[in-house]
Write a protein of this length. Structure first.
Length: 404
């Protein structure tokens, strides 16, 4: 696989040094909700670059405007915000709030199988699978994800009765020493695993009943990727804390911790400087986020994500009907996972096929994201139907070349 050297991005299209063009169905790294180089974001960043770059965590007019925008876009209970620069940094901040506010004795944190929360030490404590370095389980406890295509309990729906959810209750929420459950509503890095109806509702109810905080890691799903501003909204979950990053600022490093005021402003969590770091909430990141979110709100892009998402679902289901090696297609909004297998009967993961399809698609001019035997598709929200069809057409050609 030749290594591409990308030189430029415009909207959904990347250009490499040799002048070849690619439709970017990975949206950078799921960051480019508005595509690459959106003119209003470029303008906002350029104007900000002339004005002010860093005043630590001081107030600025743009910061106030961004907080108002977040209050409009996020569910009502999430009315307090702290600003950061990366996904891992904001996950660490959420863990600090949990630990500072937890009742004595509640010294464990719940996490989910297949969850990914970043590579810093606190975040790694919640990651129990091999992500290229040894995991470090620390003092977190693990719950069953609703990975129905490969049910860890070897059950099938609907006769399973969502046993995975009742086991989460038994292993995590019934334990008096658990302070919080940190979860991705839709598992992203593990391959876009979308739980069935009822799963999160049951777990959320159990958490509320036993005083376990719900910390939704929406670093990947937040900002509209699944068709609602938070994916949690579609699963009937009202989180106490939410982390957001990738889709917020068009690829500029930026992250938000949103939460209930009584947690974020709790005296034990909010002493002076508690939410500050060198680049946390810097004016350039704020400018990029504000411009990005204003366009998402003004142009009603969440509706567009839902409409395009349905088309994408139909197109990808047609591919699954045609190619036996495409074992499962699943997703929500403009976030899809394609799981490649050696055959449908055994469901044996086929990373070599996924890699070959990925490389061939790139040769043909389509960039997607590869992880093991799963390809992820997450195009910009600003795509139109002809380009969506063109992208899926390129993927189909790649699969024809590899599989027939
Ligand atoms: C759900 C989730 N949380 C946290 C992170 C970590 O973000 P970062 O790479 O910005 O540290 C990621 C990154 O992919 C993620 O998908």
């Amino acid at each position: 696989m030749g290594r591409r050297v990308f030189a430029e991005g415009r909207g959904p299209v990347l250009t490499d040094l040799d002048g070849n063009q690619y439709l970017d169905f990975a949206a950078g790294t799921l960051t480019q909700s508005l595509g690459h180089g959106h003119p209003e974001v470029v303008e906002a960043l350029t104007a900000q670059a002339r004005r002010l770059w860093n005043v630590h965590d001081s107030a600025t007019p743009d910061r106030a405007a961004l907080l108002e925008l977040l209050a409009r876009l996020l569910p009502e209970q999430l009315d307090t915000y702290a600003l950061f620069s990366t996904g891992a940094e904001v996950v660490e901040a959420a863990l600090r709030v949990v630990q500072a506010t937890a009742e004595p004795g509640r010294n464990r944190i719940g996490a989910m199988r297949g969850g990914f929360h970043g590579k810093t030490t606190g975040a790694r404590m919640l990651v129990h699978w091999d992500i290229g370095h040894q995991s470090f389980a620390g003092n977190s406890v693990l719950g069953y994800s609703a990975y129905c295509y490969r049910c860890p309990l070897e059950l099938t729906r609907p006769s399973c009765g969502l046993r995975c959810a009742s086991l989460v209750r038994r292993h995590i929420t019934d334990k008096p020493n658990t302070s919080a459950l940190v979860f991705e509503p839709v598992l992203g890095a593990a391959g876009v695993i979308v739980p069935p109806p009822g799963y999160w509702e049951q777990i959320a109810d159990a958490c509320h009943a036993s005083g376990v905080l719900l910390v939704a890691d929406e670093v990947l799903t937040g900002g509209g990727r699944t068709g609602t501003f938070l994916a949690s909204e579609q699963f009937g979950v009202e989180p106490d804390l939410v982390t957001l990053s990738k889709g917020l600022a068009s690829g500029f490093p930026f992250a938000v911790l949103a939460g209930r005021a009584d947690l974020l402003r709790h005296p034990a969590a909010s002493e002076s400087g508690a939410y500050a770091s060198t680049y946390a909430g810097n004016p350039l990141g704020i400018a990029a986020a504000r411009a990005t979110l204003e366009v998402i709100e003004r142009d009603r892009l969440l509706e567009r994500v839902r409409v395009l998402g349905e088309l994408l679902h139909d197109r990808l289901s047609a591919l699954a009907a045609r190619f036996d090696n495409l074992g499962d297609v699943r997703g929500l909004g403009l976030l899809y996972g394609l799981e490649f297998v050696t055959d449908r009967q055994s469901r044996t993961p086929a990373p070599h096929i996924a890699r070959a399809v990925y490389a061939t698609a790139l040769d043909l001019g389509l960039r997607v994201a590869l992880g093991g035997h799963i390809l992820r598709l997450a195009p910009p929200f600003t795509l139109d139907q002809p380009l969506l069809d063109e992208g899926v057409g390129l993927l189909e050609q790649a699969m024809e070349r590899v599989l027939t």
